[in-house]
Write a protein that binds this ligand. Structure first.
Ligand code: SAH
Ligand code: SF4
Ligand code: F3S
Length: 441
């Protein structure tokens, strides 16, 4: 028997890229590849890239520079670029770095096996189409190997919202939802392989509108209630949501659905209505706060998470103050803040830019406020009885590490548990990036 070829995948960007990398590895498994964690021994290296900010895209080119040296030493090595940089830059990647053999955009991953055959025969291969066929159906062949207890499952992809700063509608394409039956089938397979928690993924996951088994269109809440019936599945999460798509049935599910975890990532980007309008966000700070009020009425303990951009074109100190005030009003358990990055081809790229030093200073201020809030919310967890999904062993003997309902990392010193167990604990201490706990008997 021929020795299996080795595949090394490096994943950048969001959770959907993590999911896609798994699918690509499985589909190349059909071409005789096994995954390796060591790039040096690989026969094929795939970079699954992110285009969201300039830095993310530039990282890819510096990594490709390093890989070129590897290829000089090992001429049989094939180098591929997948993901959102591949979609956005296409052929330009091969021009800038001739060592690249293959470029594949996110909507063409089901064509990867043929593309691999093409590069093996010494040609270059490029596919950045938005084809009509169902790529998920073609990517289906899943090996039966055991899985970690927590898994991602893409249910919706693409975005039609066109926020003025964002590349996603261009790199992931128009918004589409997968059929409910396919999602349920994939979820059951994951559970059979040891998964206890599924995070449903979509760039606009709460705009989900997949075809139901009865032919009618289903909402994300409908899908969650269906997943709730799967025996062995203990936890359901979803990300990322848009404030305008938080429908009543989804909010009600947060109050009523036992397996749906009390955590919601709901990006707002800014607290200034003037800037929100310029961002083409189609909601106001006030309407966002009203949505959170409704969610908290349904599920009072829900932990909110968000994304913020500072230094968006024309943002004044006053606009920025409005963002800080909104953060004060919401009290986030987690929040991610980014300095605005000009993306070619997006409407905001053409506008007068904020002074970069000013933007840096705002980023520091927003991050200080967010860090304070996160710490405060972690501190409030001390003394509470929570449950932890155990994901791995800890540093100390007997210690296990996992996630609480609220997605905090928790270290359990006397866990007496296996990976995949859900353990009742009492939180004893809040550290900087995690909580310590003791198992309840
Ligand atoms: N689908 C998600 C966002 C994807 S990008 C959503 O709709 O919220 C993740 C985050 O990156 C965004 O929420 C935004 O805060 C940030 N982001 C997107 N484009 C950016 C840009 N050009 N510069 C800086 N941050 C950006
Ligand atoms: Fe980008 Fe999200 Fe806006 Fe869509 S809704 S354009 S993914 S920030
Ligand atoms: Fe990045 Fe594409 Fe995800 S741009 S954030 S990898 S959708």
């Amino acid at each position: 028997m021929a020795e299996p070829k080795k595949l090394f995948i490096k994943t950048y960007g969001c959770q959907m890229n993590v999911y896609d990398s798994e699918r690509m590895a499985e589909s190349l498994g059909g071409r005789g590849y096994v995954e390796t964690k060591d790039a040096e021994e690989a026969d094929m290296i795939l970079l699954n890239t992110c285009h969201i900010r300039e830095k993310a895209a530039e990282k890819v080119y510096s990594e490709l520079g390093r890989l070129k040296a590897l290829k000089t030493a090992k001429p049989d090595l094939k180098i591929g670029v997948a993901g959102c940089v591949a979609q956005a830059e296409g052929e330009e990647i091969m021009r800038r770095q001739p060592a690249v053999d293959l470029v594949v955009g996110p909507q063409s991953y089901h064509r990867l096996p043929e593309m691999e055959a093409q590069v093996r025969s010494g040609e270059k291969s490029l596919d950045t189409d938005f084809p009509q066929e169902d790529k998920f159906a073609a990517l289906k062949s899943r090996p039966k190997a055991a899985r970690a207890p927590s898994a991602f499952l893409t249910v919706q992809e693409g975005c039609d919202k066109f926020c003025a700063f964002c590349v996603v509608p261009y790199t992931r394409g128009a918004e589409t939802s997968r059929p409910v039956a396919r999602i349920l089938e994939e979820a059951r397979e994951l559970v059979d392989r040891g998964v206890r928690e599924i995070t449903l993924l979509g760039q606009n996951v709460n705009a989900f509108h997949g075809a139901g088994e009865d032919g009618s269109e289903k909402t994300l809440a409908d899908l969650i209630w269906k997943l709730n019936e799967i025996n062995g599945l203990a936890r359901i999460r979803f990300t990322t949501s848009h404030p305008n798509d938080m429908t009543d049935d989804l909010i009600d599910a947060h109050g009523a659905c036992e397996k749906l975890m009390p955590y919601l990532h709901l990006p707002v980007q800014s607290g200034s209505d003037r800037i929100l309008k310029r961002m083409n966000r189609s909601h106001t700070a006030e309407s966002y706060l009203r949505v959170i009020e409704r969610i908290r009425a349904a599920r009072p303990d829900i932990l909110m998470s968000g994304d913020f951009i500072v230094g968006f074109p024309e943002e004044t100190e006053e606009d920025f103050q409005a963002t800080l005030a909104l953060i004060e009003a919401v009290k986030y358990g987690y929040a991610y803040s980014f300095k605005y990055s000009t993306r070619p081809g997006t409407p905001a790229a053409e506008r007068p830019q904020v002074d970069p030093n000013e933007a840096d200073e705002r980023l520091q201020r927003i991050q200080a406020l967010i860090t304070d809030q996160q710490q405060q919310i972690q501190n409030e967890m001390v003394g509470r009885d929570l449950s932890v999904l155990v994901e791995k062993t800890g540093r100390n003997p007997g210690q296990m590490v996992g996630k609480s309902e609220y997605l905090h990392a928790v270290h359990i010193d006397n866990s007496d548990a296996q990976i995949g167990d859900i353990v009742p604990v009492r939180i004893t201490e809040a550290k900087r990036n995690s909580l310590a706990a003791l198992r309840r008997k």
